[in-house]
Design a protein around this ligand. Sequence first.
Ligand SMILES: Cc1ncc(COP(=O)(O)O)c(C=O)c1O
Length: 449
Amino acid sequence: MSGMSDREQVVADDRAHVFHSWSAQGKISPLPIASAEGAWFADYDGNRYLDLGSQLVNANLGHQHPDLVAAITEQAQRLCTVAPAFANDKRGELARLIAERTPGDLDSVFFTNGGADAIEHAVRTARLHTGRHKVLSAYRSYHGGTAGAMTLTGEPRRWGSEPGMPGVVRFFGPYPYRSAFHAADAAEECERALAHLEQVFELEGPHNVAAVLLETIVGTNGVLVPPDGYLAGVRELCDRYGALMICDEVMVGFGRVGEWFAVDAWGVTPDLITFAKGVNSGYVPLGGVAISRAVARSFEDRPYPGGLTYSGHPLACAAGVASIQVFERDGILDHVRTLGSEVVEPALTDLAARHPSVGEVRGRGLMWAVELVRDRGTREPLVPFNATGPDAEPMTKVADACKDRGAWPFTAMNRVHLAPPLVISAEELKEGIAAIDAALDVADTYVTG
Ligand SMILES: Cc1ncc(COP(=O)(O)O)c(C=O)c1O
């Protein structure tokens, strides 16, 4: 007997032995979580927090969903694991359910363990299919923590892993609020971003370009919703130059923006879609690549040179099948659209009107960002780009104020993101937005302009 409380034991073990992601190990104090249910989680002191970030925009069906827990339990009692070379009922059923929901003829699914390896396999597939090696990927993107996915990532988390995989060329995607193209509005941003991408193709030699990789809606790097016409324009450029279009939907797929896949909002069909997270709410790690028929045919007679021991893991796939059934039965996509347009959009628009620290609010469905500034005129961010330590303090204080009101925010750089579980109720959502409202009073104290 150590004489420690449960909480103390968790903290002691964590601090002594757990090496955490993206962190200076001596400078963190992770909150020990005791339990979670629906849109809430709780610590060991009985404090409950509304989960405004869904655990890295992952738990789309919330915590401890009974259908998912039952599906995993049943599967565990029947068959816990099977090598990828065998056929398996839940793996096949999930692949079929996904294929029925992807746009166009993306009818084959290669299962991975998460998002980063889905990206690795999508890029490998594109290179083998086209016989070309270059991949164009966007600045202000995140694609995962493995070697290739890190290189493809267009934000500071890449820096510590450089130099990375050869053949990656980065471009600017659209971001009307901070336009790289001095565009006056979204339509001009779209036109100029496409002209820029076309130029990148030309300068790299289109015959060298295997794929354009982009997040359909950029997630952690700002909830950047592409202007109408942008994705169709990228599709057209890829077709013109014989490159594949890879849409990374690890964060925005499976209902996050009120569509099975975010590309559906613009009626665009990529050649490959990467997914993870929301496919089964992360109850058991799972990701994958949905592959078009033409690309899958490339590997009809020659072997695909890649695999994973856990590809299509039965526990993960059973949770995925149950998740899609819950989405259909409970009308989750409609729920997300309604909450997005009837609760979140008006409430955040109201916050923007009342708080001078709000530069812009943007989003779709249940994926939003509140971008904070010191000066609305100059758009100077509340904290500098990639701020750490004392420079980041204003955002830390904003996050703390939100937590004090019982809501756990997802913050990134100078933004508060709102990406709660999709099963959240309108009342809970309003409670969460009220907490952000109170936190913005803190942000307002830094306003200079
Ligand atoms: C858009 C996007 N792609 C890929 C990844 C990497 O996924 P994972 O952490 O499951 O490897 C993430 C993770 O946040 C993501 O947001």
